[in-house]
Design a protein around this ligand. Sequence first.
Ligand code: PMP
Length: 363
Amino acid sequence: MTHIYNFSAGPAVLPKEVLAQAAFEMQDWHGSGMSVMEMSHRGPEFISIYKQAVADLRELLAVPDNYKILFLQGGGLGENAIIPMNLAGLAAQQPATVDFVHTGSWSGKSIQEAAKYANVNVAASSKAAHFAGVPPVSEWKLTPGAAYLHICTNETIDGVEFQQAPNVPAGTTIVADMSSHILSRVIDVSQYGVIFGGAQKNIGPAGLTLVIVREDLLGKALPICPSAFDWTIVAEHESMYNTPPTYGIYIAGLVFQWLKRQGGVAAMEQRNIEKAALLYAALDADDFYQNRVEPAYRSRMTIPFYLRDESLNDAFLAGAKQRGLLQLKGHKSVGGMRASIYNAMPIEGVQALVNYLNEFAGR
Ligand code: PMP
């Protein structure tokens, strides 16, 4: 049977071991006689699952003690509204100004949504350069007294990744959308005020949203902020103010345990460097394929590429599918192809894709 490798941008591939364990435990979790889906979120069984997941994530990302880890619903786009509703109150003057760096589709969506709740300043944009990179930080026009600065550290559609936290003036609160590369590389959480992301790429199933927030940023929510999305209330209730996405938290917890068995985030980052290098080398071998991102900003996780002759797109995708290489079609807004190679994509999957890229190009 053909081995299947799933390159979806999200919901995306999960570790086989995690799926097998979840299947094994589906009807009876640890002898409790219940599926995790059937458990009260306030019962001792689920509380133990939740506490372990939070502790493991804290360990994996070395989250300092003065940060809260919150599990919510609403997804990345939900957060685009929830963030300004929670943080606009931090601005020196009201109505608040919020700074953004526009590096692709997802930061663009964040800008549009935040404009409903605050004045938006686009401090820098790579739009005119077709989102091929990140404008140099020295050119960012930050607003003195802004509530915060929002960046998307991996643009899932455009394939642009920040290789480190931007070096902004001290006191700038950075809010980072890490939906599509969280846990793929070592980060210094203390450089950010808020880190958030939907789970459905590197963490678990869709429906779970992760927020990591520094404690001193809490307590400033706008009165219109729904209570279930007021981080202060959610933090006070340890993510149990309303029913959290319990099954998503359980799967995320299994993924965190799997990551620890793999050697943690630093070990995963080394593998991700290797995987990305392998794929970019095949894309760059000649001009049959094209990745249009400046090398310094190329994503290790979500890699868009184009065939020089786009009339071959359908044939490329059909051949890929025959070989078990699934979901390589690019996002509809940009066309072309995209290979998402998250933590759970083994190097064998990338090698299989590279073999096919070479074969299709007649190399
Ligand atoms: N931000 C980024 C970087 C994303 O990749 C996505 C989804 N692909 C979103 C936000 C939106 O997330 P959701 O669909 O969970 O609302």
